[in-house]
Design a protein around this ligand. Structure first.
Ligand code: NAD
Length: 368
């Protein structure tokens, strides 16, 4: 049983949820925050959505240089632009990369953020920032990067192509599954994670069947938010540590990497984390946690192999070395160079994740 002695933090952003109400909500937030000099950050593909959402506000400047994993030089240019224009509010309209750039500016300037997410990445609900320099992604936690307000409008996610919708939704699922064995896992963030898994398990098949199903989009966005809240509260665990290496050092795309790796980390940990596994299975309504995830992945036609994303066997030793050093010491199953290499090899080739389930369960690594 999870201990009932714990210290829990729930992060405080204001959340406005409403399909088709993004522009109205943004106008109200700009007034509430008395913002005068607004910088709207949106990548090239997100610019049209940003123009719609910002239709009712005065924009001092538009910034569209957005790059995944926020290279330091991209952050520096955006920081300089914000300073030069005397910006007092950052409005990010886009996926996690766009939110990440707003966070990079807030980190050094303290300028508040109103985040309008258009994917299921969930960065808007966390106080985690990430920057990449010399092929190493560094992440940190700082309250200055937590958006003041998050505006969720499911209409903005309708334009995501099916492949991105699936990968991004599974990225959200990785947040809540990894949260269950993360360093600060507690009964409150575990309850949020369970509800997130349930909502994503319902919403994503509807989105995959019909990308214009706004009810499915709403449920998925709700699940993605809860998933990010549970992740922000519980902390980063084994799955995220490996994905940061694959993204930061090997430049693999964020969401598809999470989507591909997740069943391998779940298979690796589940016999050592029976309470988490039971919660995941119950949320999916399946016999086991892995079966629930794999059934969903089959319905979604989810990505299968890291090799399809550009990873190669030559990269495994370096990935293992960096991920092993970053991995939380209290991961449910002891992580070694050997078993992490096995995990990455299986994920590289798209092998059946069941091969990673430990038959010895929680006794493995136990010196007694
Ligand atoms: P992304 O933001 O790079 O977006 C992927 C692509 O989809 C981009 O080309 C983007 O322009 C496009 N796009 C976004 N919304 C769209 C829409 N509605 N319709 C059509 N196209 C759309 O990818 P992502 O997966 O959202 O975010 C990944 C980044 O976010 C990574 O750098 C990751 O590390 C970071 N992240 C950070 C946290 C955190 O807590 N700090 C959490 C999750 C992700």
């Amino acid at each position: 049983m999870m201990s009932l002695e714990f210290t829990h933090t729930t992060l405080p952003p204001r959340v406005l949820f409403g399909s088709g109400r993004g522009a109205e909500h943004l106008e109200a937030e700009v007034q509430r925050l008395s913002a005068q000099r607004i910088m709207v950050i949106a990548g090239q593909q997100e610019l049209e959505m940003a123009r719609q959402i910002a239709a009712r506000i005065d924009v001092a400047m538009w910034h569209d240089e957005v790059v995944m994993h926020v290279p330091v030089e991209v952050a520096e240019r955006a920081r300089a632009a914000a300073q030069e224009h005397g910006i007092d509010l950052l409005v990010s309209v886009g996926g996690g990369s766009t939110t990440g750039l707003a966070k990079a500016i807030a980190l050094t300037s303290g300028i508040p953020i109103v985040a309008v997410p258009t994917t299921y990445a969930g960065s808007e609900a966390t106080d985690v920032w990430g920057l990449t320099e010399n092929a190493r992604k560094t992440t940190g936690v700082d309250r200055r990067v937590l958006p003041q307000t998050v505006i969720y409008d499911a209409q903005l996610t309708v334009s995501m192509p099916a492949e991105l919708s699936v990968a991004s939704g599974l990225n959200a699922l990785a947040h809540c599954i990894d949260a269950l064995w993360a360093p600060r896992a507690d009964p409150i963030n575990a309850a949020l994670a369970g509800e997130a898994i349930r909502a994503l398990g319902q919403g994503l098949p509807a989105v995959a069947a019909d990308g214009e199903d706004v009810d499915g989009r709403d449920r998925t966005l709700y699940g993605a938010y809860l998933a990010a809240v549970s992740f922000a509260s519980a902390g980063s665990a084994m799955h995220h540590k490996i994905c940061h290496v694959l993204g930061g050092t090997f430049d693999l795309p964020h969401a598809p990497t999470h989507a591909t790796l997740l069943p391998y980390v779940l298979a690796f940990n589940m016999s050592h984390a029976p309470e988490a596994a039971d919660r995941i299975a119950a949320a999916f309504g399946s016999s086991t946690a892995l079966e629930g995830l794999q059934q969903l992945r089959r319905v979604l036609d989810a990505p299968q192999r890291l090799s399809d994303l550009g990873f190669t066997a030559e990269g495994i030793p370096e990935a293992v070395e960096i991920a092993l050093a970053a991995n939380p010491a209290d991961n449910p199953r002891p992580v070694t160079q050997e078993n992490l290499s096995e995990l990455l090899t299986a994920a590289l080739n798209g092998d059946d994740p069941h091969t990673l389930v430990s038959a010895t369960g929680a006794t493995e690594g136990d010196p007694s």
